[in-house]
Design a protein around this ligand. Structure first.
Ligand code: HXC
Length: 536
């Protein structure tokens, strides 16, 4: 490797190698340069990388892209010679280029940690900017593979400037082309904000860390003692902070997830998502019929909403995002009759499916993501309401819950909602109700659509009658049963037209597919404005 040593001149051939004259010499010179560019990492650094369970930049790109599809750009770009004798590896510490995933073009960059710790200076930053610009001009996804010591210390403020420009480029591309960040190493300081602006952040368990300030600085400044993993590991960000959408077991798993994810997306906001031929099958299957017995007789018992989703979507396949974060709401990509959909669903198996601020933000961001890339939103509702607690209120449940309302109201893609059981109070309103502009709304015969459940309602409305009754508890039970029978049904909503049809659970797959077929050519645009002001 030559990275650590002062640079050798670019003349072809090692000393002593005969240099052919004329054209042959010129071709030989390029061949030599190419060889050098592809193999300049110090062996020790590559070994260390592998020992940590990490792959090199080129190995990563090889796994991510279709075999043989990678075309490198800027392999010869490098930093200016400032006369200091500092290492100036060809291509600097990042590999950039284009290739295909499932035959569709993508642009990619991968920090090369084996050279200068993948740190970002002027040359590296300008390569990322160039490839990002190419992705935007050609309308293809941009995938960044991050493994870097952050701003290149030797280059001072220049590195900070490039980070700033990269951040601006991510914002320009947001909603135009899908942007994906795969975290395969350290990521600190301002360097985490680039990935944070992208549509999907995938972390690899054990080898990737993200934090604004690392454990050492934290200890020095605040005295707080926290380890790398606890502070910024994959598990922390996937389950607690929500900064990561997926925790991969290893790098292969990370790239496989990215390939699957992109399969549901269009290449850009002017194209439709890819679709696959499929035939309509309205005959109820065994799985459809099983939904008729899914809802427990007791309203306080949960069930697994994934069973409903898996019955409705093609091949039972749902690619969840944020699976470990706010599990009381499910968000993921799937297909119905070969066409992509974004599924948003309360999960009664967690917190009874109640909405808290994390669930609201998770779903809001997902809905806006779907809307920006023409992916219809399919919502399944079983929600007792918002999770009320002093902690939730103090942390901004109003402000953060409002994002979900905003996201639904703002959609222009086809939207379909199915209420399976509870749709109470604010939860009813927020979860893709007709009133927010959803196109087609269904309620199962088991739906309970009301301001509140029986126990709560009777404690407000029946207080005097219960007190005056000879047997207060019997009277309470009678009033609850009466309330539930009249108010906790789908029929008041159906009378008002707030649901378009009340259906048997086993009819869901067929009804949802037909609804999405009807809506496929939906066109809706909003009045012009600079941009809305979503509560952040
Ligand atoms: C220049 C760097 C570097 C950096 C690492 N290297 N980080 N060179 N600038 N920021 C070099 C090392 O000197 C070393 O070179 C090689 O990369 C590998 O690094 P190691 O330390 O040996 O690797 P490891 O032990 O795995 O530790 C990785 C690390 C550590 C945790 C990332 O290198 C580290 O703490 N680096 C500094 C991180 C940091 O504070 N960055 C600035 C963040 S602020 P040799 O030649 O010895 O192999 C920021 C602001 C952005 O990014 C602002 C945007 C607006």
């Amino acid at each position: 490797g030559t990275a650590g040593a002062p640079d050798a001149p670019e003349a072809p051939g090692a000393p002593g190698t005969p240099v052919p004259p004329g054209t042959a010499g010129k071709l030989a010179r390029l061949a030599r340069l190419r060889e050098r560019a592809a193999d300049q990492a110090p062996e020790r650094a590559v070994r260390r990388q592998h020992e940590k369970g990490k792959l090199t930049a080129r190995e990563r790109i090889g796994i991510l892209l279709d075999p043989g599809s990678f075309r490198e750009t800027d392999a010869l770009l490098r930093s200016r010679d400032d006369g200091s004798g500092a290492a100036r590896p060809l291509g600097d510490a990042v590999v950039t280029g284009r290739g295909t995933i499932d035959g569709r073009p993508v642009c990619v960059y991968a920090h090369d940690f084996t050279l200068l710790g993948g740190s970002l200076g002027e040359a590296l930053g300008s390569k990322i900017l160039k490839i990002s610009e190419l992705a935007q001009r050609t309308g293809c996804p941009l995938i960044g593979i991050n493994d870097s010591g952050g701003a290149r210390i030797q280059e001072g403020v220049t590195s900070l400037a490039l980070y700033g420009e990269i951040i601006r480029s991510h914002v320009e591309a947001s909603g135009v082309v899908p942007q994906i960040s795969v975290m395969t190493g350290p990521c600190a300081g301002g360097a985490v904000y680039g990935p944070a602006l992208t549509d999907l952040v995938v972390m690899v368990d054990g080898i990737s860390h993200m934090y604004v300030t690392g454990p050492d600085v934290l200890r020095a400044v605040t005295g707080e003692q926290v380890g790398h993993d606890e502070l910024g590991g994959a598990h922390t960000h996937a389950s607690t902070s929500g900064c990561a959408h997926y925790t991969a077991r290893d790098e292969k798993d990370a790239f496989e997830y990215v390939r699957l994810f992109l399969g549901y997306l269009p290449s850009n906001n002017l194209s439709q998502p890819p679709s696959f031929p499929s035939r309509t099958d309205d005959e109820p299957t065994e799985a459809d019929l099983a939904l008729d017995t899914l809802i427990p007789d007791s309203p306080s018992r949960g069930y697994d909403m994934l069973r409903v989703i898996e019955t409705v979507v093609d091949d039972g396949e749902l690619l969840e995002v944020h699976q470990q974060f706010a599990p009381n709401i499910i968000c993921g990509l799937a297909r119905v009759e070969g066409h992509s959909v974004g599924v948003v669903a309360n999960q009664p198996a967690h917190l009874a499916g109640a909405l808290d601020y994390n669930a609201s933000e998770k779903a809001a961001r997902f809905i806006r993501f779907c809307d920006s890339f023409h992916i219809p939103v399919l919502t399944f509702v079983d929600v007792p309401g918002f999770l009320t607690s002093a902690e939730q209120e103090r942390s901004g449940l109003i402000r953060r819950g409002a994002k979900l309302l905003y996201a639904y109201c703002e959609t222009t893609v086809p939207t379909v909602t199915v209420i399976t059981r509870k749709a109470y109070g604010g939860g009813y309103g927020v979860m893709g109700s007709k009133h927010l502009g959803v196109d087609l709304n269904f309620a199962w015969a088991t739906a309970e659509i009301a301001v509140m459940g029986g126990a709560g309602a009777v404690s407000v409305l029946g207080r005097r009658r219960i007190q005056e009754a000879a047997d207060p508890e019997a009277e309470r039970a009678r009033l609850v049963a009466e309330y539930e029978d009249t108010m906790c049904t789908p029929y008041l909503a159906a009378e008002r037209g707030y649901v378009d049809a009340v259906i048997m659970p086993h009819e869901t797959r067929s009804e949802v597919a037909a609804a999405l077929r009807t809506l496929r050519d939906k066109r809706r645009s909003r009045l012009p404005r600079k941009h809305g002001n979503i509560p952040l």
